[in-house]
Write a protein of this length. Sequence first.
Length: 429
Amino acid sequence: MLNKSDGQRVLCSHTQDVRGEMLGLPFQSLLTWISGRHHPDLPPETTRSPGFRLATAMTSTMVGVVSSALGLCCLRGATSWVCTIGALGALGVGWLLTVGGSRTLQVSIGHHLIHGRFSANLSRDRQRLLYEVISTLLMIQDYQSYYSDHVVRHHADPAGRDDPDQLFLQELGFRPGTRYEDLRRLLWRTSFAPRFHWRFLRARIQANFVLPSRARRMASWLWLAALVGASVATEAGLFIAVTWLFPLTALYQASALFQFLSEHAWFSAQAEGLSPRAHLARLTSGRFCCDPPPRASASTLRGGLAWARWWLRLGVIHVPARIAILVGDLCDHDVHHACPRGDWANSRTERLVHLRDRADRWPLAEVWGLGAGLDRVLRHISQLPPELRGNVHSPCGDAGRTRDPSASCTCEIARTAGRSQESGGCDRP
C-alpha cells in the first residue's frame, strides 16, 4: 500500500501479533523494554511520571560518561588482551548510554517540552526554560527555532514539498525514484561521511553561538568556557573529548540520521480533505526492536539454530538500537500523532488504550526491527515517481539559515516564530 491517494496508510499494518508470540519466553519485562511494545495479556506496567523519564535520561547520559572514562583509564593502563577487551567493552557501552541518554533528552523530553505537553504541573514558560538548559548542555537547536521548525512548519505540511525535514533529506540525496540499492548505499555512506557530520555540527554551532537570542548565546559560551577550563585545569582534555565530545557529535549525529529517516513515509502527498494531523498519523508507524520469533521448536537442530540466531540478533542488533536510536517513546511515535495529548511518559500503555478504544478511527501500523523500518521507507521512496522531487531550497529562505537534524525537524532558525494552532487531543470516547 504505497502512496494511496485515498488517505490510507502508506506503510502496511502487521496482522501478525509479534509481541504475543513472545509471551512464552522468559524475561518478559526486559522484552517489553527492548521491543518497546507491551502486550495486553501481561500485567500492567508501572506508571511513570515525566520527571522519572527526565531523570532516567540524565542518569543514562552520566553513567555513560563514567563508563567511558573508566574504559579509557583501563585501556591506557591495560597490560593484557583481556584488560584491553574489557576496557573497549566499557568504552563502547558508555558511548551507547551517553548517546541514548542525550538523544532521549532531545527527541523525547525536548520534543514534548516544545509542544508544551511535558507535564501538566509545569507552565509553558518553565518548560521552555528546561528545554533551553537541556539544549545548551547538548549543544542542539534552541527553543525558538525548534518550535518554528517542528510545531509551525513540520506539522503544517508533513512530508510535503515545503516540509523542512523532507527538504533536508533531498539535500542528502534521498529523493523519489532513486534506486533502492542506491538509497541503501547512500544511507551507510552518509552516516560515515565527514561532509554530513561537518554540516550537522556547523548547524549546531550556529544554533548555539550565532543565531539564537543574546541570553542563549551567552549561556552557550559559558558552557563552552567551562568545558575548556576543566580541560586545561585538570589536563583531562582527552577524557572530555572521548567521553563527551565524540559521542555527542559523531555518534549522536549518526543516530539522528537513522532515526529521522525511518520516522515517516516521506514524499507522500496529502489526500484532499485530510487534515495535516491525520495525514501525518498515516505516514507514521510504530517501530519496535525485535525480530518475529522463530516458529520452529528449539528442541530440533534447525529450530535451535534459529532461536540462537534470534537471541543473538536481539543482543547484538536490537538492544543497541533501542538504547541509542529508538530511544524513549520513539517506538510509539505514531501514537503521539494519533493522540497528541496522550500520556507520552507511559506510551506503551497509551498504545494499548488506543488499540482498544480508538483504533477504528485512528488505525495504527507497526514494523518490527529498525532495519525493517528503514527498508520500508527506502523502498517506498524508490517506488515513487521522480516528479515528486521538490525544490531543495529551504522554505525559510536562504539568508542566515542552516539545518540541524538533531531535532525531529531541520529547517534551522526562524527567529520569530508565531504560536501556531496545535492539533487537538485524542478524541477520547
